[in-house]
Write a protein that binds this ligand. Structure first.
Ligand code: GTP
Ligand code: MN
Ligand code: MN
Ligand code: MN
Ligand code: MN
Ligand code: MN
Length: 183
């Protein structure tokens, strides 16, 4: 039996992107399967804690040292049962959000291509556009129309609310204009 665990790395920020205020920098991964997801993976629950397993995956996929960026129970966002025919051994999904500084995000991005799984499981990292442009669709709503692995899209939305980066109302209005609106 095992579970899967993933983690959203983010930094609060005052920066602007092409003139739009962005309250945070949030990193997501382009996976080998063409879908967007978070750092993390399958945890061998007999051998490692959920936090340690996600830390190991963050090292493999992002090159970040779990001794420098330890995950704690306080970073936990949600857990849920998981059923998937191709991964029958995985019974649960755990999701965390780890806050770092803006300078640390830059350092993580600079170092990410040295990660052992870069160019294999991981094809790159992207910053999520968190603003909506004046046409009402481009920016965050358009980003939500990408293809996400598993329930990573829902995990992104819930973590943005839980970390105070966006309000429930801001999320709801972006989801409403997204073409592949699911909720
Ligand atoms: P391997 O080392 O190649 O086995 O991959 P991994 O351990 O890194 O596993 P992966 O990150 O692919 O996660 C395992 C499974 O969890 C995937 O097949 C997806 O179904 C699911 N998954 C992957 N990323 C995410 C994510 O960000 N959120 C959620 N909810 N599920 C994800
Ligand atoms: Mn992995
Ligand atoms: Mn992974
Ligand atoms: Mn793995
Ligand atoms: Mn792997
Ligand atoms: Mn593997």
């Amino acid at each position: 039996m095992s579970s899967a665990g993933h983690c959203m790395i983010f930094a609060k920020s005052e920066s602007q992107i092409i003139g739009f205020p962005s309250k945070a920098i949030v990193l997501m991964q382009m996976r080998f399967d063409g879908k967007l997801g978070f750092a993390g993976g399958i945890i061998e629950v007999e051998d490692e804690s959920v936090e340690a397993g996600i830390g190991r995956e963050m090292l493999e996929e992002m090159g970040i040292d779990p001794a420098v960026y330890p995950l704690s129970k306080g970073d936990h966002v949600s857990s849920q049962p998981f059923h998937c025919e191709t991964l029958p051994q995985v019974k649960a999904l755990h999701f965390y959000a780890l806050e770092v500084t803006e300078a640390q995000i830059a350092e993580i991005e600079n170092n990410a291509r040295n990660a052992i799984h870069y160019g294999e499981e991981v094809l790159g990292w992207v910053r999520v556009p968190l603003y909506t442009m004046t046409d009402g669709y481009n920016g965050f709503p358009a980003f939500l129309d990408n293809n996400f692995v598993g329930n990573a899209r829902d995990q992104l939305l819930e973590a943005l609310i839980k970390t105070g980066i966006m309000t429930k109302e801001e999320i709801d209005s972006a989801v409403k204009v997204a073409k592949f609106s699911k909720n």
